[in-house]
Design a protein. Structure first.
Length: 612
């Protein structure tokens, strides 16, 4: 590595380390002093301002990449798909999905990530940067199931219990340790490079528009580490406002710290407690999900596509029985152990536990009150407590008081990199898509912007492409605009355009709208839909088929005339055949023979069935 590159990489990592470890004042106001000391030079006001700007720019780039599905292996899911900000940066589903299907776990929140010594329920990754780097990989990658090679356990930042009793179970590789299937080699970073819609964002954050895996990881990590809990009723009470908590919440706080023992793991130390020890404990949930009858009817621990294949008994067990941190460390205490989550904003994050097994905070309190099931290896201090219905409601009231007054991670101002106007060129192959109405829908994270009179920052815009296939618009009040083509024809790539994009090009395989004028015998019923598929398609479900919808009909001189309109798919005109769903000839009782026509956008074709 070039010495200059190494120094730059070190400086970038140092800034993120400051941000992550909670030294926000140093990172945002005085990081220039720290970095200048590292380079043996005196800091200046300009140095400090530059570091401030770099941190801000990387956070804002990361905010936008957090919502970008192009960064997933499938190109369909973003970080926000499982870490929804409006749901406490967690997932409303029982268990989360990834690019290959349903997982065994419910996504953890990213709130207060900068204090979290590892990522994932079992501490699989030492940092957000490592997680992102491992997750990106290549476009279209899928995990092979079977023929796996056992991996050496990677110890996370938490030191494992050094005592491993004889007969301890061996580490069973999970899906992330299975080799990648062959045939998928396109780097995900290439989808954002070369004329990228994110070019301006990368220039602001890193000094050039080069898109690299390291830069993507640094930007997303910077954003995640900036997402901190906000002031809650509990904080105001701790600050001296004795009326901030209701009477039930005050009783619940006493229970939490006392008889219920919740604060043993959900610690309340310091002036601004995180309500977690970030350690790994067995709370009995996994054991109960497998062995107890009817106790956890909502839990989902099986991936159907996994079990549908021929797998070994050990792999079958791994798919069903999530053993937690022991897959990374064989210490017996790690059997079925999962990390203690922060309780900040916990009321927003239902369902609960690592597998989404408990639907509500009431269920969680009752679970702990009852002693956490029958797992013989559960945490020694989880023996339950006398828990009346009043205790349940009081503890829930206290947990609800930990919800911040504002959503964490909101931008406090519009990014300086934001474009005043965006010009997009939309091409079908190399041909401009002209005369087409495009819908633009604000999506992503809200951005505080100054609106013009009568302007709705979340309003949908409709703009028609000109002869060059271009549209110009003002970005809305969110980080992205979703570009929607007629008939929901997909774009080749992400349909999201970040608010930093000044100009860019989008591609589609849509040629344009085509009209059909179909003549039927009067006694026939014109079908509401006609399907056209290219002659070289393997079957009628080809993704490039064109759907024509009936827009009107009339009977003239004994002939039924129906008008249809549809958007032709495919980069170039091509010969296709029609399918008439459900249409039969009354005279012969046979299905109408397939008729061929040249499928070409911007044209009108006539089809006469009266003579057949």
């Amino acid at each position: 590595m070039h010495p200059g590159h190494a120094a730059r990489s070190f400086r970038e990592s140092a800034v993120l380390l400051l941000l992550r470890r909670g030294w926000v004042g140093l990172a945002l106001a005085g990081a220039g002093v720290f970095l200048a000391a590292l380079s043996s030079s005196q800091p200046t006001a300009a140095d400090t301002l530059k570091i401030n700007s770099n941190v801000k720019n990387r956070i804002e780039l990361g905010r936008r990449l957090f919502y970008e599905p192009l960064l997933s292996r499938s190109g369909a899911r973003s970080c926000a798909s499982c870490h929804a900000p409006e749901h406490g940066f967690s997932d409303p589903d029982i268990v989360s999905r990834d690019d290959t299907g349903t997982t065994r776990r419910h996504s953890q929140t990213i709130v207060n990530s900068k204090w979290n010594p590892s990522a994932h329920w079992d501490g699989e990754f030492a940092s957000v940067e490592e997680l992102v780097t491992r997750r990106l990989g290549t476009r279209g990658s899928v995990w092979q199931r079977g023929n796996s090679t056992p991996v050496t356990p990677r110890l996370g930042p938490q030191a494992p219990n050094p005592v491993t009793p004889s007969g301890a179970v061996s580490v069973q590789p999970f899906r992330d340790h299975f080799p990648l299937a062959a045939g998928f080699t396109t780097p995900i970073v290439s989808t954002l490079g070369g004329g990228s819609l994110y070019a301006e964002g990368f220039r602001r954050a890193f000094g050039s528009d080069d898109v690299t895996l390291e830069r993507i990881a640094l930007a997303i990590a910077a954003y995640c580490y900036s997402v901190e809990h906000t002031e809650s009723a509990y904080d105001r009470y701790r600050g001296g406002d004795k009326h901030a908590l209701s009477l039930p919440a005050k009783r619940g706080m006493l229970l939490f710290e006392g008889r219920a023992g919740c604060a043993t793991c959900h610690t309340m130390k310091g002036k601004n407690p995180l309500f977690t020890d970030y350690q790994f404990h067995n709370t009995g949930v996994t054991y109960e999900a497998i062995y107890a009858s009817g106790a956890f009817t909502r839990v989902v621990n099986v991936e159907p596509e996994f079990l549908a294949k021929e797998v070994t008994p050990a792999e079958d067990e791994a798919a069903i029985f999530d053993r937690g941190r022991i897959r990374l460390s064989e210490a017996y205490a790690n059997e079925r152990a999962f990390k203690t989550p922060t309780l900040r904003d916990v009321a927003l994050r239902a369902p609960y536990m690592h597998n989404g097994a408990l639907a509500s905070l009431e269920e969680v309190v009752r679970w702990y009150g009852a002693g956490c099931g029958t797992d013989p290896d559960r945490h020694t201090e989880l023996d339950g407590f006398t828990c009346t219905e009043q205790d349940v409601q009081d503890l829930v009231a206290f947990l609800e008081s930990l919800t911040g007054d504002e959503r964490p991670g909101l931008a406090d101002s519009a990014w300086a990199a934001r474009a005043q106007r965006t010009r997009l060129t939309i091409l079908a192959g190399e041909t401009p898509l002209a005369g087409v109405d495009i819908k633009l829908i604000p999506v992503g994270d809200p951005v505080p912007i100054t609106t013009r009179r009568g302007e709705d920052p979340d309003g949908v815009q409709t703009v028609r492409t000109d002869a060059r296939g271009q549209i110009t618009f003002r970005p809305g009040g969110r980080t992205h605009m979703r570009v929607v083509l007629p008939a929901d024809v997909p774009l080749l790539g992400s349909a999201l355009v970040p608010d930093t994009c000044r100009k860019g090009t989008l591609y589609t395989d849509m040629q344009g709208e085509m009209k059909l004028l179909v003549r039927f015998p009067e006694e026939w019923a014109a079908p509401p839909v006609i399907i056209a598929r290219p002659t070289d398609a393997k079957d009628a479900s080809s993704p490039v088929r064109t759907t024509f919808r009936r827009v009107g009909e009339a009977v003239v001189d004994g002939v039924r005339i129906a008008r249809y309109r549809g958007w032709v798919r495919g980069a170039e005109p091509h010969f296709g055949v029609f399918d008439f769903p459900g249409l039969t000839r009354t005279r012969r009782g046979a299905v109408v023979a397939e008729l061929g026509v040249l499928l070409e956008g911007g044209t009108t074709k006539e089809v006469d069935l009266t003579s057949n």
